[in-house]
Ligand binder design. Structure first.
Ligand SMILES: [Zn+2]
Length: 326
């Protein structure tokens, strides 16, 4: 693999049959093995679709996860409980976990589905984790005396999980911190916690942060302890790219750049996407620039998600041809 690789941020839309099966399971109408069978079927479809559109680095699609924070809360049964339904940004409703005791890793939470997805393809599949800051920020804490203690304890838990993914063979581990930019005054803590997860991990590390006041936290974003930073660009009309251009000398990381808006069902034109990619290439060389959607695609329909990913791949291939990039 060489320059200007294409990838995807994380979640893909759940097919209808899986959404129905998940509510049937929640109300006790089907058992766990039936749900697992359908979850794997949907995961297989995610891999096939990404291979079919021609992405370089794949995701497993997160078919087994409802919410990115609740999923982990439900698996840390010795130290977390699941609370009532709350609404966060936009139309996201989730069951907010509660930290009730000393946080401790109890065993792999994500490895089995990653391993299954990776077994279906020769292309690399990213291991996907929710970052310690985001898990704590979007949970209640009834145990620790300070947020810092809770976040750093959660970082140890996420570190254990990241190590398991690497042991299983993951070449890329993505630790998403969508809550990172919501409290600029806590960015030092975000960095400290993420470093616990990523330091010397033995895989390429990535973090995705989304939709925040980046102007206030850009210095911290540039210092995030990962190899690759994944940022939405299309949605902000590439304003974040300008910030990287201004700080180009301090920015030594790879950038995964979102070139399609995930909140809009309208498909961008190929020229729009190609223009975005060319803007990226004005700032970073192709070997440090990755092309993807702004965020996870789970709120789109399957057809919209597939069309956006296909557009990304086709536009990237055209730009590579035009600029003679390998
Ligand atoms: Zn996002």
């Amino acid at each position: 693999m060489s320059g200007l690789l294409t990838t995807s941020v994380g979640s893909l839309p759940k097919p209808d049959y899986l959404a129905k099966a998940r509510s049937a399971f929640a109300s006790g109408r089907i058992d766990a093995s039936e749900l697992d069978k359908l979850t794997r079927q949907a995961t297989t479809e995610c891999i096939r679709m990404q291979e079919d559109v021609g992405l370089d680095i794949l995701v497993h699609g997160e078919m087994e996860r409802g919410d990115m924070v609740t999923y982990f809360g439900e698996r840390l049964t010795e130290s977390m409980a699941i609370g009532g339904l709350v609404r966060s940004y936009g139309n996201r409703y989730y069951r907010k976990p509660i930290i009730t005791g000393e946080l401790r890793w109890q065993g792999p939470m994500t490895v089995e589905m990653w391993r299954y997805a990776q077994s279906l393809t020769d292309k690399p599949v990213k291991g996907m984790l929710t970052g310690p800051y985001t898990i704590v920020e979007w949970s209640f804490d009834e145990h620790y005396n300070s947020r810092r203690d809770a976040v750093l304890a959660m970082a140890q838990v996420v570190r254990c999980e990241a190590e398991e993914l690497v042991k299983a063979g993951a070449k890329f581990v993505q630790v998403d911190e969508p809550a990172a930019s919501t409290r600029p005054e806590e960015m030092d803590l975000v960095l400290e916690a993420l470093a616990i997860v990523t330091r010397g991990l033995g895989a390429k590390t990535i973090t995705h942060v989304c939709y925040g006041d980046f102007a206030r936290v850009f210095d911290h974003i540039a210092k995030l302890p990962v190899d690759q930073i994944d940022l939405e660009m299309a949605n902000s009309d590439y304003a974040l790219l300008e910030m990287i251009r201004e700080h180009r000398d301090e920015f030594d990381k790879e950038l995964a750049m979102g070139v399609v808006d995930v909140h809009n069902h309208v498909l961008e034109t190929r020229e729009q996407v190609k223009a975005g990619i060319r803007k990226g290439l004005e700032v970073l060389p192709p070997e440090r620039l990755f092309i993807d959607p702004d965020c996870g695609l789970k709120t789109r329909t399957w057809d919209e998600a597939e069309a956006k990913l296909r557009l990304i791949v086709e536009a990237t291939r055209e730009v590579k041809r035009e600029l003679e990039i390998d």
